[in-house]
Design a protein around this ligand. Structure first.
Ligand code: PRX
Length: 641
């Protein structure tokens, strides 16, 4: 990898933005709340708001409190009412090349039917509906149908294992779950519903399971609880008026990994979240809805899928490509084939995918006509300058600006990114906070620093911020607002601020691992490993990885003094895939007779990281058993197999 900033970068975007970006910065700086109010008013409100921000109970901020609106009406009805019902909302492209073209009008009709179906099952405003689906249009229908009647959706990534799905359903008391008979992945079908059966039995709050028939997989159905999506929709009334909801009505819960084993249920509400995603999607990607074809490669189960595959594009009335498959199936050039086929104008993906494409060679994208592309986006992890330049040169043909966008599940929408026409780009830096966003770098005492490295903080509330962690206000306060007080949102990332006021994100400061742009918590992986009877102790750390950004390494002490071997390694990797998902499988397992611990028994992960990256292990004076490190060094350098 190249060191940040060593390659020359195009200084600015081509001067062709759809808006006056300099004016946006100036306006937001002069009157931040007035600026956000103006962004909020771009939505369609049943009752317009008069209050912009209520901060009387900070950090439980409330935005646009006295207004009412509906998310699905904003995404669909208003475009159809304005005569744009025939515009394509999604070009869906299936794994094996099948296609479906879904207009705004068609999407609205199906959303209304499914909203009525949910109502028929007894789902009402405030109930939680789980969604565990692959990248099929029904996933979007289900989200918007929930939003239409005020139910909260809780989407769980399709790649998560049944147990992880069950935990996330239990934690939010989901009343219904929408899932699928089978999910296709690289030519194989997984019987999703069948695999969930056991876990479903353990969920006392779960009354209904709706199954989308997508893959003709074996699918047991329990009478009284389970129903087929298609049957429900066919029987449902095609009209379901959108319910006007208070701006602060929760729109969804999305579980994300934190520092402990229990995932955090990030809660986003309606008015503020929609304001943030529609604004950022429009300005960062220089959208022209009547002309653009947007392709966001994120899975719907992550925040990027929520904000920039569903809500942002639909709010802005854009046509999107929705791709079911993996980037290397049926062939490694499939994304570029889709760009050519649909005339994609903006592509939004993660550095890990760019690095994979780099490793497959330039020749593949070279086979397709990528000249429709105007802008390229990146998010989820730092993009190293080598990947940035490759993306710019090979995919963007040297013409397209690359926008590196920094944000989080909690922020709901992009916070730091260059703006077309206004901000110079620097490969490796997400550059400056967007208009309306206040980001600062703080030292360990919370004093702002104007250069060098520090802790990234957001120092003013913003509309699309999380409101709390579901059912756990205390954890919300402690996680984000305890270290520097209730007015300063602690991001959890370290960053560097350069002389131009540009931020360079360095990575997490907590025990969160970022594998291929997906968040995992060391604690969650550790508790899964520790649950295996053959394991006595475990510590999980992240190491840098060329392809996935970071990779998981597990130090494991087998139970009963037995030595680690290849069979146990295979078994543990399988066990982790079953408990959490394949994503969490360690790249490497190191057998450790003992783990380095402080005298109070806290595992010193820092030492393990140093060991793996070949660094001096530094201060070991707090170690309870100083000899542990020598044995571990041998285990790392001379693995048993
Ligand atoms: O560490 C930062 C990294 O991803 C974290 C947020 O992960 P998640 O909530 O899963 O949201 C992913 C969707 C954006 C951040 O705390 N991160 C995200 N974007 C960038 C990034 N690191 C560097 N550069 C980015 N552009």
């Amino acid at each position: 990898m190249t060191t940040a900033g060593t390659l020359p970068a195009p200084a600015t975007f081509p001067p062709r933005p759809q808006m006056d970006t300099e004016a946006l910065y100036a306006q937001a700086a002069a009157d931040r709340l007035g600026f956000w109010a103006e962004q909020g008013r771009r939505l369609s409100w049943d009752k317009p708001f008069t209050t912009v921000l209520d901060d009387t109970e900070s950090p439980f901020y409330r935005w646009f409190t006295d207004g009412t609106l509906n998310a699905s009406a904003n995404c669909l009805d208003r475009h159809v009412a304005a005569g744009r019902g025939d515009r394509v909302a999604y070009h869906w492209h299936g794994e094996e090349g099948e296609t479906r073209t879904i207009t705004y009008a068609a999407l609205l009709e199906e959303v209304q039917r499914f909203a009525n179906a949910l109502k028929g099952l007894g789902v009402t405003a405030g109930d939680v509906v789980g969604i565990h689906l692959p990248m099929i249009p029904e996933a979007i229908v289900a989200m918007l149908a929930c939003a239409r009647i005020g139910a909260l959706h809780n989407v769980v990534f399709g790649g998560f294992a049944p147990q992880a799905v069950g935990e996330r359903m239990a934690a939010c008391g989901a009343k219904a779950l929408v899932t699928v008979d089978g999910a296709r992945r690289k030519g194989r079908v997984t019987a999703v519903k069948q695999a969930l059966e056991e876990v479903l039995e353990t969920l006392p709050d779960l009354e209904h399971v709706v199954v989308v028939g997508a893959a003709e997989a074996p699918c047991p159905m329990r009478p009284g609880r389970d129903s087929w999506y298609a049957g429900l929709c066919a029987a449902a009334d095609p009209e379901c008026p959108a319910v006007p909801l208070p701006a602060e009505h929760p729109l969804f819960i999305l579980y994300s990994s934190g520092s402990t084993a229990a995932p955090k249920g990030v809660v986003h509400t309606t008015g503020g979240y929609l304001t943030g995603v529609s604004y950022t999607h429009r300005v960062v990607f220089d959208l022209a809805p009547e002309r653009d074809v947007w392709f966001c490669t994120a899975d719907i189960g992550w925040i990027t899928g929520h904000s920039y595959l569903v809500y942002g594009p639909l709010l802005n009335g854009v046509t999107s490509v929705l791709f079911e498959g993996a980037p290397d199936h049926p062939h490694k050039g499939v994304w570029w084939e889709l760009v050519e086929r649909y005339g994609v104008t903006q592509l939004y993906t993660a550095p890990t995918a760019i690095r994979a494409a780099m490793s497959w060679g330039e020749e593949l994208p070279g086979r397709y006509d990528l000249s429709s592309l105007r802008l390229l986006g990146s998010c989820g992890e730092p993009i190293d300058p080598t990947a940035w330049h490759w993306y710019h040169r090979v995919i963007g043909g040297g013409r397209c600006p690359v926008v590196d966008t920094w944000w989080q599940t909690e922020t709901g929408s992009i916070m730091i990114a260059p703006l077309p026409g206004a901000t110079g780009t620097k490969p490796g830096s997400a550059t400056r906070p967007l208009p309306g966003v206040s980001a600062e770098l703080l030292d360990a005492d919370g004093t702002p620093v104007t250069g060098g490295t520090g802790l990234l903080a957001l120092t003013e509330p913003w509309p699309s911020m999380l409101r709390t962690l579901y059912g756990d206000d205390e954890r919300y306060l402690v996680t984000y607002f305890s270290r520097f007080g209730k007015d300063t949102y602690l991001v959890g990332d370290a960053a560097r601020l350069d002389e131009d006021g540009c931020f360079w994100i360095l990575g997490r400061t907590d025990d969160v691992i970022n594998v291929s742009g997906h968040r995992l918590s060391t604690a969650e992986v550790e508790s899964a490993v520790a649950a295996h009877p053959a394991v006595a102790d475990v510590a999980v750390v992240a190491i840098p990885d060329e392809l996935t950004g970071q990779a998981v390494v597990a130090f494991v002490t087998p139970a009963g003094g037995r030595p680690g071997d290849a069979a146990l390694e295979t078994e543990l990797r399988r066990h982790i895939a079953v408990r959490i998902g394949k994503l969490a499988r360690p790249k490497r397992i190191v057998w450790a007779a003992d783990l380095p611990k402080t005298r109070s028994g806290k595992i010193m992960r820092r030492l393990l990281r140093d060991l793996l990256t070949g660094q001096e292990t530094g201060d070991v004076t707090t170690l309870g058993e100083p000899d542990v490190m020598a044995a571990l060094t041998a285990a790392v350098t001379h693995p048993i197999h």
